[in-house]
Design a protein around this ligand. Sequence first.
Ligand code: PDD
Length: 280
Amino acid sequence: MTTCYINGKYKPLNQSYVSVTDRGFQFSDGVYEVISVFKGELVDLNLHINRLFVSLKKMNMKTKFNRNQIINITNKIKKLNKLKMGIIYIQITRGDQNPREHKYPDKLKPNIIIYSINKNFEYLNKLALKGVKTSLYPDIRWHRSDIKSISLLGNVLAANHAKENKSHEAVLFDNRNMITEGNSSSIWIIKKNKCITHPLNFRILKGCTRHKLISILKKNKFKFEEKKFSIKSLLDADEAFMTSATNFVMPIVKVDKFTISNGKPGLNTLKFRSLFINAI
Ligand code: PDD
C-alpha cells in the first residue's frame, strides 16, 4: 500500500483523510504540484518547489513549512514507496473551516498531503515515436491559470472532451482563437526552425518542463520565441509538441481531423525529447 504524508503523519493512502470542512474540498481552495520521478530521480525538484511557494503566495496562503522541509518529506515519500518511475503529488489546501464561509479567517492550519503514484514512462516513450492526437477546446478556465490551483474543472472538462475524441490532450484556445496551453501541458509549435510558445502571463502556467526546455534550446542555439499563436498557425506548423512533467516532450501529429505536417513526429521534436531525457 502506498504511504501518504498527511499533516505530520505517514499513513497508508487508503487511511488518509481530511475533513469534509476542508476548504480544498468545499471551495477548491488549495494548490498542488506534480513532480516526476524518473529512474529514481526527482525531476526538476527545485523548479516545482519554487512554483509551489509562488502559488501559495499568490493565493495568500501561509504554511509553517519551508522549502527544505517539503523537499525532505517528498524524498521520504519517494523512499518509503520505493518509487523508481512515477510521480509525487503534493497538495496544500487552506485548511478546515467550520462553519463554511467564503471569507477565510487569518489563522487556518493548511492541510498538507504528499504521496506517490507509479507510472509507466516506457509507454510514453512508445507513444512519442508515433506522436499523439489532440483536440481543440475553448479555454473556459478562470483568469489566473498562472496559479497551480486545485480548481481544475475547466481542465477536467477539456481533458474529457479529448478523451471522447480519442485524443491524448486538449489544446485550449481563447476567445480570439489564440492557443493558450494544453489541459495539463504547455503547447509549442515549430515554424521555419523556430520554436514558439505562449508568453508567460495570467493565462498560462509557468511550466517547469517549458522552463527546462527553454534552457536546452538556448544551449543548443535553437531559435525560440514566447509569442501567442493562432489555431491556424498550429494547423500550419512544421512541427507541434506539448511539454509537461508527465509527458516530457511529446510530439503532436494530429489536431482533431487535421494532420500536422506529414503526420509523423517532427525530427526537432524527437531531438528535444531525447535532449530533455538526457538532461534528467
Ligand atoms: N500539469 N499547464 C497546465 C495547465 C498544467 O496542468 C501543467 C502540468 C503544465 C505543464 O507544467 P509542468 O511542465 O511543470 O508539468 C502546463 C501536471 C502534470 C498535472 O496537473 O498533472
